[in-house]
Design a binder for this molecule. Structure first.
Ligand SMILES: Cc1cc2nc3c(=O)[nH]c(=O)nc-3n(C[C@H](O)[C@H](O)[C@H](O)COP(=O)(O)OP(=O)(O)OC[C@H]3O[C@@H](n4cnc5c(N)ncnc54)[C@H](O)[C@@H]3O)c2cc1C
Length: 391
């Protein structure tokens, strides 16, 4: 692991930090509809200043940034408390997949609009009977001349009701073994026959959705890669999702931890600052150990990625550890705040801005999204430790 930065990398950081200071992201509005407009505006601003999709080649609107520059970018975004980018599915999965496997026409059609957040993307992989066992997916696409006709259902599709395009996994050859005969399609979410139904979550948000496809006609030109060969593309997509997203999230968790420590110093618990309570001190120390272990694991994987290229199964270690650490961190936050921690956003007595109970509830899903903890452990056991396959 080499954590020193070259003068050029330091210049990159200074330029970005100066831009963020001149263009602060500002507070994130609510409800979700307002946040979506704010998120599109913020991403567009980044794009126009050349700070969006920095890893993408310059010919496709990026700046061909090195991995280290991408990390600096994530660090500075976390430092500036910038929001999650609205077109995350497009930026972290759709774009990279098109750059690697798309046709020139697909790249020209989609890449710039992903970067500018003009068209929002979603990931239509999971189905009611295909989550961990994704290859069991049953949404079918039948060839009809220059089109496919798509029928079926997807579920848990984040941001689908705001999305313009969906990365859809469909079964094109029902007779083939289950990992074969799957095709990766780009589907226009405004096409006739697409229905989106929001699902309300435990924290009151509605960023999940069910998707229904009723004989939706999709041009053959919207196939990414080869027909019946979509499984490998889906796996590349999931590896990008695990590793890229986890890296930025662990940085955000570190910033949140620092805020939690500051809160403990000013919050009264039994007549003295919570930070003087031995229980709180132990919990904070444990959270710092978690966070530091996570940070170095992320940097070690980064070093491996710099040497070896594409993300590999080590992304599972990061995803597993970060998602469980994040839940522990929010348990600690609520313990420190005591009864105040239960007050939701908008309550005049919410000492924590009401963020923590909201995030606490949201964090439950983190050990499920992008592959459950059990699935990550299976990947680590089989692909990293070489243990025999489970049955
Ligand atoms: C916040 C969030 C966002 C999401 N966003 C999207 C999205 O945008 N697009 C999308 O397509 N999907 C999305 N998902 C869905 C997610 O990918 C699935 O929920 C996940 O893959 C698990 O599938 P499942 O819910 O069907 O659970 P199941 O696969 O039915 O699992 C149920 C339980 O069985 C366990 N289990 C299953 N198989 C094994 C095994 N082989 N060994 C040991 N234990 C096992 C699981 O760990 C789990 O505890 C999202 C989920 C969440 C929580």
């Amino acid at each position: 692991m080499d954590l020193t930065y070259t003068p050029e990398e330091e210049r990159f950081r200074a330029e970005l930090r100066a831009w963020l200071e001149a263009n602060p992201p500002g507070p994130e509005p609510e409800p979700l509809d307002d946040w979506v407009s704010y998120g599109k505006g913020w991403q567009r601003k980044l794009y126009e200043a050349g700070w969006c999709g920095i890893a993408w080649p310059a010919t496709y609107g990026g700046r061909g940034a090195s991995l280290i520059q991408q990390i600096i970018f994530q660090e500075e975004m976390a430092r500036a408390k910038a929001p999650m980018l609205i077109n995350l599915a497009g930026l972290t999965m759709g774009g990279p997949v098109l750059i690697a496997h798309g046709t020139e026409a697909q790249k020209r059609r989609h890449l710039a609009s992903i970067l500018a957040a003009e068209e929002i993307w979603c990931q239509g992989f999971s189905e009611p009977n295909a989550g961990s066992d994704l290859a069991a997916l049953a949404t079918k696409a039948v060839r009809d001349g220059d089109h496919f006709v798509v029928t079926g259902q997807k579920v848990w599709t984040s941001f689908a009701r705001y999305a313009d395009w969906c990365m859809l996994l469909v079964r094109t050859d029902p007779a083939a073994p289950k990992h074969k005969g799957i095709t990766f399609l780009l589907v226009d979410m405004h096409a006739p026959g697409v229905t989106v139904r929001p699902l309300r979550q435990i924290n009151g948000d509605e960023d999940f959705n069910e998707l229904f496809f009723d004989e939706v006609r999709v041009p053959r030109a919207n196939v990414v890669g080869e027909i019946d060969q979509g499984w490998d593309i889906a796996i590349t997509c999931l590896m990008h999702e695990r590793q890229t997203l986890t890296f930025s999230r662990q940085l955000q968790s570190r910033v949140a931890l620092e805020e939690m420590i500051a809160f403990a110093s000013r919050h009264d618990r039994g007549g003295r600052p919570a930070s003087e309570d031995p229980l709180v001190r132990q919990l904070i120390a444990a959270a710092l150990v978690d966070s530091t272990a996570m940070q170095y694991t992320a940097y070690r994987n980064l070093t491996r990625a710099i040497r070896g290229g594409v993300p590999g199964p080590e992304g599972s270690v990061e995803k597993l550890f970060w998602s469980e650490m994040y839940q522990r961190q929010l348990d600690t936050a609520l313990e420190i705040a005591g009864p105040h921690g239960l007050l939701l956003k908008g309550s005049p007595h919410a000492v924590t801005d009401g963020q923590w109970p909201h995030l606490f509830l949201y964090s439950r899903g983190r050990t499920i999204a992008a592959g459950t903890s059990e699935v990550q452990r299976n990947i680590i056991a089989e692909r990293m430790l070489g243990l025999p396959r489970g049955r």
